[in-house]
Ligand binder design. Sequence first.
Ligand code: ADP
Ligand code: MG
Length: 144
Amino acid sequence: MIMKVITKSTEETIKLGEKIASQIQGGDIILLQGDLGAGKTTFMKGLAQGLNISENITSPTFTLMNVYPLKSSNTKQLVHIDTYRLKDEQELIDIGVEDYLGKPNTICVIEWPEKLPHLLENKKTTIVALKNINENQREIIVEF
Ligand code: ADP
Ligand code: MG
């Protein structure tokens, strides 16, 4: 299934993330594709809100991976990965990414997934591609 949406504000992208959150489950790996400023982290904020996470979401640019426990769900945790500053895939393996990736009790969301060709090989993924149209508009394609 493919859906294409144009959002006209930050808030609309958050709302879209919240909506998509109701369609995902443990084991899912969501790939957020798009350039700097395309709205990947903003969309992730919506996903987190939709999963009832109240913590403020910031991109784990330096820590590489943030783990948010889920309260009201069969799924144990939401993991946010940002590979923007990743040197190689081993760096993520060293901090235990394989304990989370594709595990039935975990939802993973990855910014800059192109940097993980081996870790994502043969894994079923959901692609969210974000494109900057102008200052406040983003084209967002969700491919389940
Ligand atoms: P990325 O993680 O892709 O680098 P961010 O989500 O961190 O992008 O940043 C997107 C920026 O663009 C934010 O400052 C956000 O407020 C702004 N923005 C403006 N319009 C939109 C929109 N329609 N959707 C998402 N972000 C938007
Ligand atoms: Mg980001």
